[in-house]
Ligand binder design. Structure first.
Ligand code: SF4
Length: 374
């Protein structure tokens, strides 16, 4: 049966809200109506689990307690605080949006959906969540959790990534919310259901407070929902990078502000070409991008890492500087730093693993070096 023919789910909203009020998790952003705090939590929670977010959330607010303090902070420092949370475009957009709020909204998070949605990094569902949770407005949501719940409640047989299906799911989300006289708790509840009960792999239907409204559960299709078209195979790249040493310092470069991992620091290097040995990749990339000559020494480590659309294996080698002055052709800036100074810069995860090994080795060597007698 096409899901569009299912009847309206009368009673869904009160049942879900009642369950939430009786049994929800106590999370820090649920004890405030400060739009800045709620906005920050909504952005951090995209692609990241609650247990990871909590510490970052507290540290972030301690460092930048107001939108103004965030807007005035250098992007480098904000990225450093975000380091390890991934999806760094979220952080750059947050910073940019804080500056827009200061310059165009008098430092106050906007109160209309249109204005909130116009800010960088804030889509319709995130805007709706912020305005509901901070200003008590009534807006439907459609984030990843809600899409999964609705795909099961309405037993949606089509690919939920199709534009037409997304449009109809917005309508379902709106219809279900219409019956609620408590949008704050209803919206918290539908997100909580997706996060704790209607789980992606193993939905806990026996414990579900809205199982009698769930068409997928009735048809036994809940494990087949949501339907998503098969993903293309994720490409994989081997990346060679050099930790270039010169007079006790290491060369690091800053990625261009826009694009993947924009604004973060890294060790120079790049993608391995077909039929190229990895040490040749490192020599070539460093010559092409920085116009430096180096020698490649021993392997430091290899690190595997997955991004949203591709995977990499990072091969990191110690290198020695020979000649040249770094030319920032493919980066925004470069610096020679001591191993101890590396912790002041924000690095993407795979590079961070490399630098931790380098710093640990360096400390070990320094500790075992003979001490000079004064
Ligand atoms: S009954 Fe199962 S599939 Fe349906 S909403 Fe509840 S947990 Fe999800």
């Amino acid at each position: 049966m096409p899901y569009t023919s299912h009847p309206v789910k009368h009673g869904f909203a009160p049942a879900l809200t009642g369950w939430y009020l009786a049994s929800h998790r106590d999370l820090p952003w649920r004890n405030t109506n400060n739009p800045y705090h709620i906005w920050l939590s909504e952005i951090m929670l995209q692609q990241t689990q609650v247990k990871t977010v909590i510490d970052y959330y507290h540290r972030f607010l301690q460092q930048y307690p107001t939108i103004q303090s965030l807007a005035e902070a250098p992007l480098d420092s904000v990225l450093k605080l975000w380091e390890g949370l991934g999806y760094y475009a979220r952080c750059r957009n947050l910073h940019k949006a804080a500056q827009i709020i200061m310059s165009q909204h008098g430092g106050e998070f906007p109160k209309t959906l249109a204005e909130a949605e116009a800010l960088p990094g804030i889509g319709k569902s995130t805007a709706g969540a912020i305005l509901t949770f901070s200003y008590g407005q009534k807006h439907p949501l459609l984030d990843g959790n809600v899409k999964r719940v609705l795909s099961r409640i309405f037993d949606i047989e089509e690919d939920i990534q199709q534009a037409g299906v997304i449009k109809r799911m917005w309508q379902h989300s709106t219809d279900l919310l219409t019956e609620s006289d408590d949008p704050y708790h209803y919206n918290q509840a539908i997100m909580e259901l997706g996060a704790t009960v209607c789980l992606p792999q193993n939905p806990r239907c026996l414990l579900c407070p809205v199982k009698e409204f769930c068409s997928a559960q009735a048809h036994g299709t809940q494990h087949e929902r949501p339907v998503k078209s098969a993903k293309k195979t994720t490409p994989h790249f081997d990346i060679g990078v050099g930790v270039i040493w010169h007079n006790g310092k290491i060369l690091i470069q800053q990625r261009p502000a826009e694009g993947l991992l924009g604004g973060l620091w890294e060790f120079p290097g790049g993608k391995q070409e077909p039929d190229e040995a990895i040490n040749e990749t490192i020599l070539r990339e460093i010559r092409e991008e920085l116009e430096l000559d180096v020698t490649v020494r021993e392997l430091i480590t290899t690190v595997k890492h997955a991004y949203s659309h591709f995977k990499i294996t990072l091969h990191a080698y110690h290198c020695d500087y020979i000649s040249g002055t770094p030319q920032p052709k493919a980066c925004d800036a470069w610096q020679w730093v001591t191993p101890d100074e590396l912790s002041q810069f924000a690095f993407p995860k795979a590079n961070k693993t490399v630098l931790e090994i380098v710093v640990a080795e360096w400390h070990k060597q320094n500790a075992s070096a003979p001490q000079r007698i004064p």
